[in-house]
Design a binder for this molecule. Sequence first.
Ligand code: GDP
Length: 456
Amino acid sequence: MTTDTIAAISTPIGEGGIGIVRVSGPDAFAVAARVFRAKSGRPISGQRSHTVRFGTIADEGEEVDQALATVFRGPNSYTGEDTVELSTHGGPVPLRRTLDLLLRAGARLAGPGEFTQRAFMNGKLDLAQAEAVIDSIRAKSDAGLKVAIRQLEGVLSRRVTAARDSLLSVCAAVEASTDFPDEVPEPDRPQLILQTGHVLDEVNRLLATADSGRVYREGVSCAIVGRPNVGKSSLLNALLRDARAIVTEVPGTTRDVIEESVTLGGVAIRLLDTAGLRDSEDTVERIGVERTHAAMADADVLMVVLDASTPLTREDEQALDEARGRPAVVVLNKSDLRQFLVGADVTVRLPHAEVVSASMATGAGLPEVEMALAKVVLDGKMAPQDVTVSRARHVASLSGARNALEAVLATLRGDWPLDLVAQDLQIAARHLGEIGGQTASERIIQEIFARFCVGK
Ligand code: GDP
């Protein structure tokens, strides 16, 4: 049970048209009333739920700012408690002053994610939905937002809950007969196998969406690699239609790793422009090359850039070798000049790579580069489904459930005694319950909310 009233600034710090300070808890109306005076003179305590009033934020009679007070009466609020949102002018000073006044009036400063944690405690959201709140705030693409909003609506939670309920009923039947063997007859094994098999199928269906789920939620990273002067920065700039990377004719000027994001095919792609691969005596440049290797090792996808107006060099061959066995796009750049390289020169070394001829000087082939990149990134992954599992935590729980369910089926099919399956059924049900939070440990719950920002 929560007994205190919390307050925090819920909009980002900085200048904006409006900013919101939120107060939630049993004394929310009393606390807000000490700080906000409606122009009409009527008190917040009498204000109807889901209505807004205009007035002032006042500090002992001195007007601090004009404001709107929106009242939500529990349980019909985000947190499930009485809540007031004070909308002031969106500057750090009015927001800070309003928050300070609320704290002096009896509220406590909310911890990170505490509003959402209260919503969870009060049964307004389950854990997967609470996670979807952060995912929607941090969505990196339209598709990522879609995945988060579907999860926030409870689509994943409902599917997992239904599977868990079905498992718990199998569990109850098994336990009744093993606990009271004389009174309760053993349940029909083929029936148990069928029911458990249905749950396993559902778990597998959910797991099958996880690969694309991660890509849509987190995006992927793509390192642009190649020796100096082949046109890596020009390519990055063309992809960004932006001029952040410095384009120059001196080899090896892009010494650090530059990171920019684009969205292709609904996926956020972090493009890393690397220092270029070359053997160098220069210390600064060597550091850049080391970073290039680190970025290459971490990247989900490699984009190898070659200068097609020159034959392959040893450094080009090294870059191609590094891409072997990895998702890769090879760009044969400078197609506007006399050509010394053709696609076949690359495909003999990298049969699986997408090879595209392009010119960053004229822009020719750029759409093909984007298409190839989207193809490699998505690699047959499905577009966001109705339910898309997007978090490693959910994948871990579903995998745990799958393993336990497979053990249950093996025991049932092997005609082993029934009490051997009860424990695995419990384990599977516990794993499924972790996703919505019914069986998640206090530590996991704390960890999840600690990742929220204050005010959410
Ligand atoms: P990086 O060192 O690999 O990042 O290469 P840059 O993007 O800095 O390009 C090196 C030089 O090649 C610059 O002078 C670019 O203008 C030039 N360049 C890049 N792409 C092309 C192209 O498609 N055709 C021609 N002719 N020149 C290009």
